[in-house]
Write a protein that binds this ligand. Structure first.
Ligand code: ZN
Length: 85
């Protein structure tokens, strides 16, 4: 993945769509953009003019729309056998 700070234009002219938040080791947030034309990914640090609500909802999206039942977390049997007695 190429990482270019401060450049939000895509290489091929396709529109860059923000798809995820990435928290760097120094707790700085980065936005992951995907090119709508070729699908390449690019990371940018969030900018001062980024919409904070949009950033927060993007970060919360996997939790708000889980791919598996969240109530299942923490209820797995110790042996890992969910069907056994
Ligand atoms: Zn592209």
């Amino acid at each position: 993945m190429d990482e270019t700070t401060g450049d939000r234009s895509s290489h091929c002219g396709g529109g860059m769509e923000p798809i995820a938040i990435w928290v760097q080791p120094d707790d700085e947030w980065s936005l992951v953009h995907r090119c709508g034309a070729c699908g390449s990914l690019r990371c940018n640090r969030i900018a001062a003019d980024d919409n904070e609500f949009a950033l927060a909802s993007l970060a919360a999206r996997p939790v708000a729309r889980p791919a598996f039942p969240l109530e299942r977390i923490g209820r797995r049997p110790a042996g890992g056998n969910e069907d056994g007695p």
